[in-house]
Design a protein around this ligand. Sequence first.
Ligand code: HEC
Length: 128
Amino acid sequence: MLCLAAVVTCSVRAEDQSANRFDTDRFFHLQIEPILEKRCFECHSHQHKTKGGLALDSKPGWEMGGESGAAVKPGDLKNSPLVQAIRHLDEDTAMPPDEKLPAVEIALLETWVMLGAPDPRASPGKAK
Ligand code: HEC
């Protein structure tokens, strides 16, 4: 009984400390940035190429967007070209062009957009 009480007290304390705060920068760096780097940078970064005029290696990059304007409209899946592209709805705009992303990566990117697309990268190649 004593033992259980200790465990409960402990876990409540741990919860207190984190105060249930969701760290959006951390979410971006851990979950979103690796997908962009692995799946998109080859064609959409200053390190490599900016196809369609689009760079995804900074927040201003996707805000300015490419030939068709902002790639992401924070909180708006329907009007975010990036989301429409990764859903592979239309052969001409499907991204990446060759292979559809795994469902979990599409879901993460959609979650990111729904959260308001938090992105701490002020400019390309800046320290994380
Ligand atoms: C192999 C190269 C390649 C990869 C990888 C790639 N793209 Fe593209 N992307 C292109 C090309 C080429 C265009 C411009 C012509 C077109 O729309 O097909 C483009 C255009 C776009 C556009 C529209 C830009 C505009 O304003 O017209 C979006 C949004 C986009 N890509 C998102 C992505 C995302 C997100 C990823 C990663 C998940 C990705 N792309 C991966 C080649 C690529």
